[in-house]
Design a protein around this ligand. Sequence first.
Ligand SMILES: NC(=O)c1ccc[n+]([C@@H]2O[C@H](COP(=O)([O-])OP(=O)(O)OC[C@H]3O[C@@H](n4cnc5c(N)ncnc54)[C@H](O)[C@@H]3O)[C@@H](O)[C@H]2O)c1
Length: 269
Amino acid sequence: MGDFSGKVALVTGAASGIGRALCGALCERGATVYATDVREDELRVLEEEAAGHGEIRRAKLDVTRESDFRRVLDQVIDEHARLDLVINNAGIGLVGDFRQIDIEDLRRIIDVNLWGVVYGTKLAYDIMAARGNGHIVNIASSAGVMPVPMQTAYAMSKHAVVGLSRSLRIEAAVHGVKVSAVLPGLVDSRFFESAKAVGDYDYEEEMDSLPIRSISPRHAAELILDGVRANRELIVFPTSNRVILWLFRNFPRLMTPLLAKTTTRSLRA
Ligand SMILES: NC(=O)c1ccc[n+]([C@@H]2O[C@H](COP(=O)([O-])OP(=O)(O)OC[C@H]3O[C@@H](n4cnc5c(N)ncnc54)[C@H](O)[C@@H]3O)[C@@H](O)[C@H]2O)c1
């Protein structure tokens, strides 16, 4: 997608962090944005803030509900007769000793991080493929291509999102539809305080101890839209994250013990 002006976009998980920043950035570039989330009050604020800068339409959409996606996508087509961009961004975290994570928590993370992306991808794809254009962007994580101990369930869900996106991308090209996956490094959002931490695992403290700086959601949104414009298969940022992923791809035998040493201290204490 070369230019976002006049385009119609839908973003999930738009009430905070990366999703919220994406809505603002798209709106400033002249797109009509359907900002969706389960947190309606915060969507209302986003809509008010955007007034006069572009068009943001808020809609309640729980990504774990196929019927919510169908309702909002029907609304988009009724109102605009087009769907150019869908960003499946909503996601949650689940961290800590895998022994202490119960099945319900696993079901929940699969429902939000995987089924939420599957519904958003499948239903958008059907519309876009029939029309011969559109771009689906799935927000995964660096945990979608490398192991992340103590975030095992999260990494599982994001690996699935990467597999879905990369495979569909090749198939979708035949129908004029683009598919990208985003692998962000650390972004300064509410994600870490909202994530469910089991046992006495202190997620925020773990993240603070990393020698890597986080970037702002706004910066992340700009980099994502640059990657969408360039139709990249994998949109990877910031530079520190690109380096880490490169090291993992090329030197897994060196990196895995290092990762184990730094992340599983609490299991051995
Ligand atoms: N923050 C990071 O460092 C980071 C790094 C890599 C990947 N990511 C991914 O980026 C995406 C956005 O995360 P963020 O950092 O902006 O976090 P965030 O917690 O600030 O935002 C996530 C949004 O998703 C919404 N959400 C949660 N469950 C939902 C549901 N069932 N239906 C609809 N919306 C729901 C929340 O209400 C929230 O507004 C996530 O998929 C996350 O896994 C984040």
